[in-house]
Design a protein around this ligand. Sequence first.
Ligand code: GDP
Length: 479
Amino acid sequence: ALSFLDGTVDAIRNLGHYAASTVSPRLRLGVTGLSRSGKTVFTTALVHHLLASVAMPVFRASAEGRIRKARLDDQPDDTVPRFPFEEHMASLAEPERQWPESTRRIAELRVSIDYERAAGWRSGPSTLALDIVDYPGEWLLDLALLDKSFAEWSRETVASSRRPERAGIAGPWQQALKRDPAGAVGEADIGQLAATFTDYLKALRAGPEAVATTPPGRFLMPGDLAGSPALTFAPLDLPPGFVAPPRSLASQMERRYEAYKARVVRPFFREHFARLDRQIVLVDVLASLDAGPAALAELETALDQVLLAFRAGRNSFLSSVFSPRIDKVLFAATKADHLHRADHQRLEAILKLLVDRSMRRTQGAGGTVGTVALAAIRATREATVREDGENLAAIVGTPAAGEEIDGQIFDGETEAAIFPGELPDNPETVFSGAVPSGALRFPRFRPPRRARDHGGRLAPLPHIRLDRALEFLLGDRLA
Ligand code: GDP
């Protein structure tokens, strides 16, 4: 009887083993943020540290030595471009030592992590397939279009372009708008209007607002659709109660607008966004702070849009289109290496305040939300400089060629000690001008030189608090 029982137990064990090997755990991690927020640098650094297998203190699985090996694997989606990790690492390395080319479209990479479970009832080795999906945050702005008609979208977009502070920027497009929406048009006219509208959106982003929050997101970040007819449309100045006659300018624009929603926006949310399990949203808080109050207000609008996307499953209209399953979202203020250590906490507090305010306006994200200030790749080190008998906290780095700081133009080889400026203790004061625009100094630094360890091997790239982000995003799945 005993041996029979033994056999059964073995069979059950084998079955368990079989199940474990076929249903190996997976996690889809989204990396997003607006243009130049640091997605490419973050994704590259994340993969680099997972592969490097050097212990990171706050990332517990790593600190406890339970990560046995991480390796790049074939990604599950054949139609999504692969994230060019190797190219990016090569660009960061000597002699080039340049930042990699930024994210312009969706890309994916799978890292398989062999790890030892933490002591407990489920001990033993396991493998987590981590699928990292990097995509432009601009695309999330398009969610707002899904339940808007062409007429509603036109009305809102035209009205917001008439705000006094946008007058200078919106002029050429408003000039182009002065045509009869009921009139007949040719392809060239439509192309012309779309181009003028796109220029307006680009000017908004390049102007005092610094970030883009006016959809369509693909007009600013077209990805593979650059130059395609799917992006050739624009809102119109429609009189109240306007009904578009067939073949008129308005009816053609409306048809294209609806096609954009159906063929570009919905598929992105259904096929990519809805499949994510975790998300990190990168935010260049320093750039917005430095650009002034208009930029800060736009940043808040952008955060609202992002949070609305995460809780879309609770909106009855959107939940019929897709429902996100993201259970943890981390907002990260990037490029913290532009500040002295004393200011990292302040930067984090400002981000937390922005996110909290946005959560109140949008009623939450539908998951656990965290905030962190980090530098995925740390390009500076800290120093104390004595000036007029006072010790000043400075950062030292190599400003990129052509950067100008206090009248000095840098050649990309020379190091400099910089006083970046201070952030306020009370984050609330950023809304009342505590950081006057232009008060911070944050030049583009070149990526750091990599140190070598005792054996002459290259040390992993330096970072600030990247391990905290990893612990938040992956820790429980490697426990
Ligand atoms: P993306 O458009 O969101 O993919 O942004 P990137 O990752 O390409 O980053 C844009 C630029 O920001 C880079 O070229 C760097 O100049 C800078 N940057 C990004 N991350 C860091 C960082 O951790 N430290 C520093 N010093 N600069 C960074």
